[in-house]
Design a protein around this ligand. Structure first.
Ligand SMILES: [Ca+2]
Length: 224
């Protein structure tokens, strides 16, 4: 009789388990998150991400503005320097020629000393050539202004201090030979000795450099 009662209880328990699965028991004690709660959490996370993105965007915008301001300051500082190096207009009557500013006083014919004073009054001095390119640039500039061969143009070069030592007025040695100096009577210039101590671009010789008397009346080629 006891055995029968025990078996009956086991059978009852088995039936109960079959009717209420383990999952059912779990759900009874730990109910699933309500769909509305899940939605709220997702919304919260999305909102947080949105706020963070917004903050990042604001920071990015602020950085871009600062960078823009820095670049503007740099640009403002560099512009005058770049302009002065890259062919800004020359002052007064001067013309940009290669890397320098020149002015040929085509209607003025004066001695070398007066030519120098003329250029100094224009804020410059008689022209000197840094190299063969500068020489070629100056010749091209002069040919555009006056007719060759009538042009006789003073340069800032002489051998006034020591005969035969040709110097630019800057104190630098003048270049010698081709393509700067010409030839006269089969003798390479300069060849005038003590009687010829100032340098011109001689129109009769394709604007090559010749030494002539400093008392000649020639056109100042000024440089600034
Ligand atoms: Ca001389």
């Amino acid at each position: 009789m006891r055995l029968a009662a025990f078996l009956w209880m086991v059978a009852g328990a088995a039936w109960a388990l079959e009717g209420n699965s383990v999952g059912g028991l779990y759900e009874e004690h730990f109910p699933p998150i309500h769909p509305n709660c899940t939605q709220s959490l997702t919304d919260l996370l999305l909102l947080r991400q949105e706020v963070q993105l917004q903050e990042l965007k604001q920071a990015e915008h602020a950085s871009a503005e600062i960078l823009k301001e820095i670049l503007t300051v740099i640009k403002d500082s560099l512009t005058p320097i770049l302009k002065s190096r890259a062919g800004t207009p020359c002052p007064g009557n001067y013309t940009k020629v290669g890397a320098t500013c020149l002015h040929l006083a085509k209607d003025t014919d004066v001695t070398w000393e007066d030519a120098r004073l003329f250029c100094q009054e224009m804020g410059g001095d008689l022209a000197v050539f840094r190299d063969a390119n500068a020489y070629a640039d100056a010749v091209g500039y002069i040919k555009d202004i006056i007719s060759i061969p009538s042009a006789k143009v003073w340069l800032g070069g002489n051998d006034l201090i020591v005969e035969g030592e040709w110097k630019w007025i800057t104190g630098v040695d003048m270049p010698r030979g081709i393509p700067f100096w010409g030839i006269y009577n089969n003798a390479p210039e300069p060849n005038g000795g003590v009687g010829e101590n100032c340098a011109i671009l001689h129109g009769s010789y394709g604007l090559e450099i010749h030494d002539v008397s400093c008392g000649w009346h020639c056109k100042p080629l000024c440089q600034i």
